[in-house]
Unconditional design. Structure first.
Length: 712
C-alpha cells in the first residue's frame, strides 16, 4: 500500500481541472503519510535554516527527532518557515533526518505533501508569495506615486499586496512582490505635503489654511463651498511659495452650468495663472491675469459630460470631478478625471518663479473637496526643464541640451557637467534614469547624481565608475570631506525562459536575452527544464551537445532578428562543462560588452534515443518540414521535443544605464540602483536640492521625478 521510496511531492490526483500538477511525482491515496529524507551537510551548519512546505491536511515536521513545525490546517501554497531558533543545535555533519507526517480527513478530495530545507544565510526569511493575480493600478495619496494592488498568497494565507510602480526611463518596473522582510526601502504610500478634506468638526481652523479674494467661502457637508456667482472668487493656499508642485482638488460644478470653476495654478500675489472649466460650453481654458493675453480655450474630449449624473442616482447631487495641475518650472500640465488635457504638450510660460496654488470660481458657485498639494515634479524627454545653478549660487557647467527621445543630454567632454534643480526640501524621494552614450571596457566613465546638495560645503555625490565597476559615494559636511563609500556594481539578473518559435526547427536551438542596456557580461548560470509537460505537449531534456555563447552589441533601436543573423559574435569563453539537471549550471565567459546575450546548441540530425528511458526524442533533419519526421514507438505527439532553459542568471559587471532612487529622510540617506539597495548613510542634513553630474563623457538623464516626503 505504500512505496518505500519516491520523488517528492506526494499526492493525488496529479491533475486539477485539466491542469497538471508537476510537483506531484509520487502517488499518495491514503489518509496518512510519513516521509523521511536523509541528508548530509557539505558546507557546515546552516546559518538560517528555512523549511519550505506545501501540504493538505494537518502536518508535523521533525528534524533529527525533534518537532520543529506543526500546523493543523492545510497550506494552499508553498510557505517558508524560519527554523533558526527551534533547530539550534540539531544539525550534525552526517546522517540528518527530516521526517514529515501529514494526515487528511478521510473524505478529502486532495492529498498533497512537498517539502525541503534551504539556508537563507544572512538574508531575512521572507514569506513565500504565490500566484499574484488581479492587478489594479492606483494613484498614491501624494499624486506622484503609482501603485499596483493585487491578490496573492503569503505563506499560504490569502491577502492583498501593494507595491510601487517605477519607470526606468520608459520601462515599467514593479517593486515587488515585497513583504515586511524584503531588504531595501519599501515604505507605505507617501502622504502629500498638504491635504484638506474640510472636516465638519474643526470649527474655524480651516480658514487659517487659506487666503480668500472675493466670493463667499464656507465648509458645508465636508466640502468647501463658494456660494456667490461673483465675477471672480479665489482661495489661495497659505504656504511658502514653491517652484515645482502638484495641486489637485475635487470640484463639483453648479447645476446651472453657469460660469466656470477650476484652479489657480500659480500666484505670486500680483499675477495669477488660472485653469478653468466651463461646463455649459464643454471647454477648458487658461489665462494669466492681469495681462494682455486673451484666455486660451480648448474643447473638452468628445463625449465628456461635466454635468451628467451616473444612471440610477435619482436626486443625488452632481458628481465631483478631479482637477489636477503640475507646475514644473514654467511648464504646467493639466488633468481632468485622469484625462490629460495637455497631452500634446504642457502649457509653456515664462512663469518660472515660486508661487502658491489655489481654488477659483468665475461667475459661478461651486464646491471643492479633497485638496492635495505635494512639492516636486515629474518630467521626461523634451519637457525636462529648470536645471541650472544651485540655490547657493554654484553655477551649472558643461553643455546641456534637450532631446525628444533621450531627455536631458550632457555633451561636453572637457569639463565636469553640473546641473541643479528644486526647492530646498527637508525630506524627499528623487529618481532619475542615467545612461551613458557609450560603454567601453577598461575606459573610465563617471556619471551620477547629487542625492542632496545644500551648498558647496555640504553635499553628497553618488557616481558610477565604469572602469572600477563601483558606485562611489563622496561628499562634504561643513566643508570637511566625509569618508567615501564604494559598492561593487556586479549583479546577477534573473531572466526567465524564452521560447523562440522562429529558431525551434532550425539547426540551432537558441535563446536570446535582451539586456536592459549595454553591459559587460561575465557569466551565465542556466537551469534547464526537464521532464514531461503534458499541457505543453512537450518533454524537455537537459542538453548534452556543445554550447555556444554569443553576444550582440547593436545600435540604439535595433534588435536581432535571429540568433544567426550576422550581428552576433562568439564569446571567447572556456569550454562549458556538461549541463546537469536540477541545478544552475555555471558558464564563465571572458567579460564582453553587449546589449543582447544568447546561448544555444547544435541539434543532431540523427535519431536520438534517451539512454535511460529508451524514449524516442526525434529523428530531426534541419530545414525539413516537421511533418516529414518519422515518429517511432508509442510517441505520436507532433510537438517539438527539445531543451529549454527555465531560468538564466546573467552576471553583469557594469551597465551603461542605471535607475537612481535616492531618498533623503530626517535621519539618513538611502541610495538604490535598479531597485537594489546600495548605500545607506546615517545622519541629518539641512533642506537640500538635487543635482546631475558627469565627468568627461556624454550622458543622458531622463524620467526625472522628485516628491516631497512630509515629516509626519
Amino acid at each position: 500500500r505504500f512505496s518505500p521510496s519516491g520523488k517528492g511531492g506526494f499526492g493525488h490526483p496529479d491533475e486539477v481541472d485539466g491542469a497538471r500538477l508537476h510537483a506531484c511525482r509520487t502517488k499518495w491515496t491514503e489518509d496518512e503519510i510519513w516521509v523521511r529524507r536523509e541528508f548530509n551537510l557539505k558546507t557546515g551548519t546552516p546559518k538560517t535554516p528555512v523549511l519550505n512546505l506545501r501540504h493538505e491536511g494537518a502536518v508535523q515536521v521533525f528534524l533529527n527527532g525533534k518537532l520543529v513545525h506543526e500546523s493543523l490546517r492545510p497550506s494552499v501554497a508553498y510557505a517558508n518557515f524560519d527554523l533558526a531558533e527551534v533547530a539550534a543545535g540539531l544539525f550534525r555533519p552526517e546522517g540528518n533526518v527530516l521526517a514529515v507526517h501529514a494526515k487528511v480527513p478521510a473524505k478529502a478530495a486532495f492529498r498533497f505533501l512537498d517539502f525541503g530545507l534551504f539556508d537563507a544565510g544572512s538574508h531575512p526569511v521572507e514569506p513565500a508569495v504565490y500566484a499574484p493575480n488581479a492587478p489594479r493600478i492606483l494613484a498614491g495619496p501624494n499624486g506622484f506615486e503609482k501603485w499596483v494592488a493585487y491578490r496573492a498568497w503569503w505563506n499560504g494565507d490569502p491577502g492583498t499586496g501593494l507595491d510601487r510602480l517605477f519607470f526606468y526611463k520608459d520601462e515599467l518596473v514593479v517593486d515587488g512582490p515585497t513583504t515586511r522582510n524584503t531588504p531595501g526601502y519599501h515604505p507605505p504610500p507617501a502622504k502629500p505635503t498638504f491635504h484638506d478634506a474640510f472636516p465638519e468638526d474643526e470649527g474655524n481652523e480651516w480658514a487659517e489654511r487659506w487666503d480668500f479674494s472675493g466670493g463667499a467661502w464656507i465648509p458645508v457637508d465636508g466640502a468647501l463651498r463658494q456660494s456667490e456667482e461673483a465675477p471672480v472668487a479665489k482661495a489661495y493656499l497659505r504656504r511658502e511659495p514653491a517652484t515645482h508642485y502638484l495641486f489637485e482638488t475635487q470640484v463639483r460644478f453648479s447645476p446651472s452650468g453657469k460660469g466656470g470653476a477650476g484652479i489657480v495654478a500659480w500666484s505670486n500675489g500680483e499675477t495669477d495663472l488660472v485653469i478653468g472649466i466651463d461646463p455649459a460650453a464643454g471647454s477648458w481654458e487658461y489665462s494669466i491675469a492681469p495681462g494682455s493675453l486673451a484666455p486660451k480655450r480648448f474643447k473638452l474630449p468628445t463625449g465628456f459630460k461635466v454635468l451628467e449624473k451616473p444612471p440610477g442616482v435619482g436626486d443625488a447631487a452632481l458628481p465631483f470631478h478631479r482637477l489636477r495641475v503640475v507646475k514644473n518650472g514654467g511648464y504646467f500640465e493639466v488633468w481632468l478625471d485622469d484625462i490629460q488635457l495637455t497631452a500634446d504638450q504642457p502649457i509653456v510660460t515664462n512663469i518660472t518663479g515660486a508661487g502658491v496654488p489655489g481654488l477659483y470660481c468665475r461667475q459661478a458657485a461651486a464646491e471643492f473637496d479633497g485638496v492635495v498639494y505635494t512639492a516636486g515634479w515629474d518630467e521626461h524627454n523634451e519637457y525636462i526643464t529648470g536645471w541650472g545653478a544651485a540655490a547657493d549660487g554654484t553655477a551649472s557647467s558643461g553643455e546641456w541640451r534637450l532631446d525628444k527621445e533621450y531627455g536631458l543630454v550632457q555633451n561636453r567632454h572637457s569639463e565636469t557637467g553640473l546641473a541643479f534643480k528644486g526647492d530646498l526640501l527637508d525630506q524627499y524621494e528623487f529618481t532619475v534614469n542615467a545612461e551613458l552614450e557609450k560603454l567601453e571596457e577598461g575606459k573610465e566613465r563617471l556619471y551620477g547624481v547629487f542625492p542632496l546638495f545644500v551648498d558647496r560645503n555640504n553635499y553628497i555625490k553618488a557616481m558610477i565608475d565604469t572602469r572600477e565597476r563601483k558606485l562611489v559615494v563622496t561628499g562634504k559636511r561643513n566643508g570637511i570631506e566625509i569618508a567615501s563609500v564604494s559598492k561593487p556594481l556586479r549583479d546577477r539578473i534573473p531572466l526567465r525562459h524564452l521560447y523562440d518559435t522562429e529558431t525551434s526547427y532550425r539547426d540551432v536551438a537558441a535563446w536570446v536575452f535582451r539586456l536592459r542596456s549595454e553591459s559587460i557580461v561575465s557569466a551565465l548560470d542556466i537551469r534547464w527544464l526537464e521532464g514531461e509537460y503534458d499541457h505543453l505537449q512537450q518533454e524537455f531534456f537537459v542538453p548534452v551537445d556543445d554550447m555556444l555563447v554569443r553576444y550582440a552589441k547593436l545600435k540604439r533601436g535595433r534588435e536581432p532578428i535571429l540568433w544567426d543573423d550576422g550581428r552576433f559574435f562568439d564569446a571567447d569563453e572556456p569550454k562549458p562543462t556538461a549541463q546537469l539537471p536540477g541545478v544552475h549550471n555555471h558558464v564563465a565567459i571572458r567579460p564582453e560588452e553587449g546589449n543582447y546575450v544568447g546561448f544555444g546548441f547544435q541539434v543532431s540530425s540523427s535519431i536520438v534515443i534517451d539512454s535511460e528511458t529508451g524514449r524516442y526524442i526525434r529523428d530531426y533533419i534541419p530545414g525539413e518540414d516537421l511533418g516529414s519526421n518519422e515518429m517511432i514507438g508509442d510517441d505520436t505527439t507532433e510537438s517539438d521535443t527539445m531543451s529549454r532553459p527555465q531560468e538564466t542568471l546573467v552576471t553583469v559587471e557594469v551597465e551603461s544605464s542605471y535607475f537612481f532612487r535616492c531618498v533623503k529622510l530626517k535621519d539618513r540617506l538611502v541610495i538604490e540602483l535598479n531597485g537594489r539597495p546600495m548605500v545607506e548613510l546615517a545622519g541629518a542634513w539641512p533642506a537640500a536640492q538635487v543635482g546631475l553630474v558627469t565627468e568627461g563623457q556624454p550622458c543622458y538623464f531622463n524620467g526625472i521625478t522628485l516628491m516631497h516626503l512630509p515629516a509626519e
